[in-house]
Design a protein around this ligand. Structure first.
Ligand code: CTP
Length: 404
């Protein structure tokens, strides 16, 4: 999945012949799953029509501060447009527009929106080769980079003037590749490896029966998905569940029993930066697994159980620099029990679920958690979707790495 998926992109088009290429650019953004709004300078409309970009972006295209054609003029709010965007790209960026961006000369909607934007801004220059090398243009590039804007360099080739050289706007495919690479390199968990456990475990009684629990695996899969969106490489060790990983950065290791999960976790743990134990691991398993299906005979039947290994505690016992997060599902004396688990399992953070909270627990779409860190700082959170809880957990991970 492209890192542009779900991103809100504001495309500013200025008046150069390369503006015709923005039709392909908008199409590629949409194909990547982005939401696109377009602002055009008046001059750019000579090169590509607003109708083309509106049709492709599936949104109205803006080019002036108010809609002149409307009887009751409607103001196009440049601040709203700028705040809507996750990223803004000015392509093509002519020498004139670049210069106005550096001085704040906002005589059109595009520059006013640029000045209001708080999101990352990219610009893809397009001009003739001598203009591209002129000290005035070079000083615009330098000033914009100084502002924190990112330049997508022009390419070499035949130019509208008939001359050949540097100055062609980067091809739409290359702009997409540039944005994806740049955004990926800046993701907060880029370069981090995270081990996550999810789902229930099934402990065999005989070849057809097992002891299990109602965990759906959703919480662990949501954490894995969110971690991958933030750039992390994820190893998701999951018990039986119908969930599938949605991101190629998530490697799913399917397991069945607590022992399988233990073995898989120990295979990867040394190599990871973070481990998050969201699985509902069976605490006990049948001491003996019958080789054949157990036939019904006596009126009473009992199974002798033995303890499974505590995977999280075993990871806590060998951890070096790994940031270790556990879950605690409690029904009474929640905070005290959770604090004990932090100590017993050598955790950095525990995510406490209380079954006394409505909306929390197994087979629910929502969760209400309280974070407790190793210093016993307690932070109760609101009832939220499990996706939002996953975001909160990963924010704790990001915070940890920002301090270390
Ligand atoms: N856990 C684990 N291995 C086990 C049991 C639990 O890794 N054999 C992990 C869970 O994934 C969770 C945490 O330990 O992150 C706490 O699980 P919980 O069931 O709340 O606590 P237990 O330690 O099993 O203790 P108890 O059931 O007595 O509350």
């Amino acid at each position: 999945m492209s890192v542009l998926n779900g991103k809100k992109i504001l495309l500013g088009v200025s008046g150069g012949i390369a503006a015709y290429k923005t039709a392909s650019l908008v199409r590629l953004f949409i194909k990547a799953g982005a939401h696109v709004q377009v602002i055009m300078t008046p001059a750019s409309k000579d090169f590509v029509t607003p109708l083309t970009l509106s049709t492709l972006s599936k949104n109205p295209v803006y080019s002036s501060f108010f809609n002149q054609d409307d009887e009751d003029a409607v103001w196009n709010n440049h601040v709203d447009l700028a705040l809507w965007a996750d990223l803004m790209i000015i392509a093509p960026a002519t020498a004139n527009t670049l210069s106005k961006m550096t001085t704040g000369n906002c005589d059109n909607l595009l520059i006013a929106t640029y000045l209001s934007a708080k999101c990352p801004v990219y610009f893809a220059p397009a001009m003739d080769l001598d203009m591209y090398k002129h000290p005035s243009t070079l000083s615009s590039f330098a000033a914009l980079k100084q502002f924190g804007n990112v330049m997508i360099p022009a390419e070499s080739g035949e130019l509208a003037s008939g001359l050949s050289g540097e100055g062609r706007m980067a091809e739409p495919e290359n702009i997409i590749a540039f944005l994806e690479a740049d955004l990926e390199s800046k993701l907060p968990l880029k370069g981090k490896k995270i081990l996550i456990t999810a789902g229930p475990t099934y402990e065999a009684i005989d070849p057809v029966r097992f002891i299990g629990n109602h965990s759906s695996g959703k919480m662990g899969f949501d954490i894995a998905h969110e971690a991958a969106n933030l750039g992390a490489e994820v190893i998701l060790v999951s018990g039986p569940t119908h969930y599938k990983a949605k991101n190629s950065l998530v490697k799913v290791v399917d397991v069945i029993s607590a022992q399988d999960m233990y073995d898989a976790c120990h295979l990867y743990f040394n190599d990871v930066d973070v481990a998050i134990a969201a699985a509902a691991v069976a605490d006990y398993r049948p001491k003996v697994v019958a080789l054949q299906k157990i036939k019904k005979a006596a009126d009473d039947f009992s199974i002798e159980l033995e303890k499974t290994k505590d995977i999280l505690a075993s990871l806590g016992a060998i951890k070096k620099n790994q940031f270790l997060i556990g879950f605690a599902l409690e029904t009474e004396n929640e905070i005290e029990n959770a604090k004990l688990k932090i100590q017993k399992k050598n955790l950095d953070l525990i995510v406490l679920n209380s079954l006394q909270d409505e909306g929390a627990g197994f087979k629910k779409e929502t969760n209400k958690v309280t974070f407790i860190d190793h210093n016993f700082e307690i932070e109760p959170m609101e009832l939220k979707s499990k996706e939002s809880v996953a975001v909160d957990i990963l924010n704790k991970v990001i915070l940890h790495f920002s301090k270390s």
